[in-house]
Design a protein around this ligand. Structure first.
Ligand code: PAZ
Length: 336
């Protein structure tokens, strides 16, 4: 049962009780206004719009934050996928963890391909700098795509850091996207913490050492897909991601999520195989039932061979598959 938070007892937060007790981030209003303006522009242009969520979330342990819990996600899946959606003509709301990878700049940020390594100083006295010839073709491709997206106004970037920022922002963005109806696609690839520390239970100041151990009881983050599917964006095409480290759990957990929330697709991925293998799990066509438990599900595996084609990005094929499914969803006019 959902209850309001107080300082002592463990809580089971519903989305409703969560938003009633946890404070919104200070940038929420201005971010929401930017999303509204962006969505209106895309509606006028007749563009399909995808929300891509990307990167991990932090869970602060103190109000004056010194320590926080985090996770591994660098935002590769989200940033890469956003580029393929843009290439396919979608407008993209890219909602990402601050400092995680971003479309286009991802090719040159972080440690894999650092920007400074492909520049040469031609003449220091006149500050002449040149891009190494071998790097030019790729840079030109990336830069041209980036400039075109900027010119066309097809990319809106929003940032979050904590799980609280993420939840508030996701609610606001999906409510704004509701006007898109079936043209809205939700690609929820962020790695969101399952547990958090409610504000009412947080220490104001830095937690002090000296007691030999630290015990923290966290509450479960509310299952946000439930209101997203049922209330905020009733017609959107919703794709959630499921990460597991025990591959045998992928399909059962994905089915469980579909049965619970009634959305369209779960993309399952194993932590160590996610760059070359994913599984799409979805309700069988024609099996849509009012009683979600009665639904039949089907799965299809997508694999790429990175030894044969090391440049290949699995997101190219994930997005390709979802473009087709989204188009069928738009054409079918089926309600959930
Ligand atoms: O950010 P990344 O590319 O390193 O990882 C992507 C991912 C594994 C976080 C994503 O594909 C995913 O599964 N997200 C959902 C995780 C979950 O909540 O189960």
């Amino acid at each position: 049962m959902a209850t309001d938070a107080d300082a002592s007892s463990p809580q089971v937060f519903s989305a409703e009780s969560y938003f009633a007790t946890q404070p919104p981030p200070p940038t929420l209003e201005s971010d929401t206004a930017r999303v509204r303006e962006f969505v209106q522009r895309q509606v006028h242009a007749g563009s399909k719009v995808v929300l891509v969520t990307s990167g991990g979330t932090t869970v602060p342990l103190e109000l004056n934050v010194v320590r926080f819990l985090d996770n591994f996600s660098a935002g590769t899946r989200g940033a890469t996928s956003a580029e393929y959606f843009l290439k396919a003509g979608y407008a993209v709301i890219f909602m990402h963890r601050q400092f995680s990878l971003q479309p286009f700049s991802r090719h040159y940020s972080h440690s894999t391909h650092p920007f400074l390594d492909f520049l040469d100083i031609e003449d220091a006295s006149s500050a002449e700098i040149a891009v190494r010839p071998g790097e030019r073709p790729q840079l030109l491709r990336v830069l041209a795509a980036y400039k075109e997206v900027q010119r066309a106004g097809k990319l809106l970037t929003l940032t979050f850091v904590t799980v609280n920022d993420y939840l508030w922002l996701l609610r606001a963005v999906s409510q704004e996207m509701g006007v898109l109806g079936r043209s809205g696609l939700y690609y929820l690839a962020a790695a969101v913490s399952d547990f958090f520390l409610p504000r009412q239970k947080m220490s104001e100041h830095k937690i002090q050492s000296g007691k030999g151990s630290l015990h923290i009881e966290m509450d479960q983050v509310p299952k946000i897909l439930k209101p997203l599917v049922a209330e905020w964006t009733r017609e959107g095409f919703i794709v959630s991601f499921k990460l597991e480290t025990d591959e045998r759990l992928l399909v059962p957990k994905a089915r469980q999520a579909l049965a619970r929330y009634g959305h369209q697709v779960v993309v399952g991925n194993d932590l160590h195989r996610r760059k070359f293998e994913v599984v799409f799990v979805s309700p069988k066509p024609g099996s849509a039932s009012r009683d979600e438990v009665d639904r039949d599900y089907e799965e299809s595996w997508l694999r790429i061979d990175l030894e044969k084609d090391p440049q290949k990005e699995i997101e190219d094929d994930i997005v390709g598959e979802l473009l087709q499914r989204h188009e069928r969803w738009i054409q079918s006019g089926v309600t959930r």
